[in-house]
Design a protein around this ligand. Structure first.
Ligand code: GLU
Length: 508
């Protein structure tokens, strides 16, 4: 059984890169009829942000990336929150195993001791000082101190951390699902802290213990963890437990392509980097979200899926089910994926165009009741659906319908001067005077017949229909361009069309 997990830390709103990690883990699990788990990694108490966990859950729900198990979803490996798992003693159990087998040790150095050691090394011209096989014997730990002294320090409740004992001289290799075979020299790996002075595990130990206990088969995470992978290989080796398959996903890059995509890029260029709006609990600052901007969750997911993964065909628009069928790690890029905010909108536009008019009409009808008031004569399902048909090809978001088609709801109060000065001549005046009668003669007031009547009148009067078309558009809507003209005429109906003609005639 394939089991993947998404393991965010509740340190703030989920970045869209995090959503992509969750998505890939979800797609892979579902493709193999496996399970997808949500684990909350909240062992860093200094970085804990209230509301972040709820935000993560709401964001996954909105996206349709629904965990089979995890915080707020339950499951047989409960609890799924690391702070609670710590109280069960799981992490200390594994740390003890590593201590007992000689693969970990106690270290008593204070932050100041370590600072001094680092500074001394720097003044001796050594850079990149770290706690490792080359330095540990000069520091205060259970390897450098006599056994009784260690015992004494522990008995006295001296503050300590537990560190991984890394042996130099090994080549550490694993096969990454994205990068293929990756190797590291163990001499470059530091003796990572496994248990901190406050008794909390670090990420390095905690995620491994949990991945083992939760029977995770594939650990899918961001590329920023790749440098820590050799330490993780060593922990698994020391425990004598096989590693899950790891996949390290490429970074999301700024639209300019240089550097990691950050919230500041969003603020600068006007796009959200978070799935949902977020209000900072301390500063009160609001950050925009894709949901609130009017994106469909499906389009957001579709866009994210293609940021770093190439489906290998021309197809770009995918439903979540199609992504489950098509996704594969072979086609995830190694290089970072440049985020394109216009392309993000394009995905929404595509989905909108492929949504049934009846559904869009229903949505727009609800908007209209709010905008115009429920008793407004145009706040009807019929009118909303008619408007949507005309506006559908002109918007990228459903929340743009009203602004884009305002003239469908309000008669114009001014008219495009350029068109008027060019087209409002004596022939046009006669034409407009005769137009109501010509339009009245149609058997049904629809786009096709009104257009034919309009053209016939022009020809009968010896003018080219093209000479009066744009003028008529301005008379109907105030502006020189917009939705299909006779579609608009049909939507208005005879009464409104004549009203708008009268209105224009009394102004000019
Ligand atoms: N808690 C880690 C993070 O938020 C998770 C990394 C992982 O998936 O293993 O980056």
């Amino acid at each position: 059984m394939i089991r993947t997990r998404f393991a965010p830390s509740p340190t703030g709103p989920l970045h869209m890169g995090g959503v992509r990690t969750a998505l890939y883990a979800y797609l892979f699990a579902k493709q193999h009829n496996g399970q997808f788990v949500l684990r909350i990694e909240d062992t860093d108490q200094n970085r804990y942000v209230p509301g972040a966990e709820e935000y993560i859950i709401e964001a996954l729900n909105w996206c349709g990336i629904i965990p089979d198990e995890g915080v707020s979803f339950g499951g047989k490996y409960e609890p799924y929150r690391q702070s609670e798992r710590k109280h069960k003693g799981f992490y200390m159990d594994y740390a003890k195993r590593l201590l007992d087998s000689g693969n970990a040790y106690y270290a008593f150095d204070s932050a100041e001791d370590l600072d001094i050691a680092r500074k001394n090394a720097e003044s001796a011209g050594q850079h990149g000082w770290q706690y490792d096989a080359f330095t540990r014997m000069n520091l205060r730990n259970s390897l450098s101190l006599a056994e009784q002294e260690t015992k004494h320090l522990l008995d006295q409740d001296t503050s300590y951390v537990i560190r991984l004992k890394v042996q130099p001289g090994q080549t550490l290799t694993f096969t990454d699902m994205v990068r293929g075979e990756v190797s590291f020299d163990s001499a470059l790996v530091d003796d990572k802290v496994l248990i901190k002075a406050d008794g909390m595990p670090t990420y390095h130990l905690a995620h491994i213990v949990d991945d083992i206990m939760m029977e995770i088969t594939h650990a899918i995470r961001g590329e920023e963890w790749l440098p820590s992978a050799p330490a993780h290989i060593l922990i698994y080796q020391s425990l004598g437990i096989p590693m899950p398959q790891y996949a390290h996903l490429p970074l999301l890059l700024k639209p300019e392509g240089n550097g990691k995509l950050s919230k500041r890029d969003g603020d600068r260029l006007g796009f959200p980097v978070f799935p949902l709006q977020w209000k900072d609990p301390i500063t009160g600052e609001i950050s925009s979200g894709y949901r609130e901007k009017g994106y469909y969750a499906d389009s957001f997911i579709n866009m994210l899926a293609l940021l770093g993964w190439n489906p290998g065909t021309e197809q770009e628009v995918f439903s979540l089910d199609e992504l489950v069928k098509t996704f594969s790690f072979d086609r995830v890029h190694k290089a970072g994926a440049r985020f394109d905010p216009d392309k993000a909108k394009w995905f929404n536009e595509q989905r909108l165009r492929h949504t049934d008019d009846a559904i869009l009409g229903e949505h727009f009808y609800h908007q209209l009741k709010n905008i115009l008031g429920a008793d407004h004569p145009l706040a009807t399902l019929f009118y909303a659906t008619g408007a949507v048909k005309l506006l559908k090809e002109r918007v990228q978001f459903e929340n743009e319908f009203y602004e884009m088609g305002k003239y469908l709801f309000e008669a114009p109060t001014s008219y495009d001067d350029k068109v008027i000065s060019k087209r409002w001549n004596d022939a046009a005046k006669v034409f407009l005077k005769n137009l109501p009668e010509a339009l009245s003669s149609v058997s049904e007031f629809n786009a096709e017949l009104t257009k034919a009547a309009f053209e016939k009148l022009a020809i009968d009067q010896g003018i080219k229909p093209g000479d009066v078309l744009q003028l008529f558009r301005v008379i109907m809507s105030g502006q020189g361009s917009g939705v299909d003209l006779f579609g608009m005429v049909a939507l208005f109906g005879k009464h409104e069309v004549f009203e708008r003609i009268n209105r224009f005639q009394s102004a000019y």
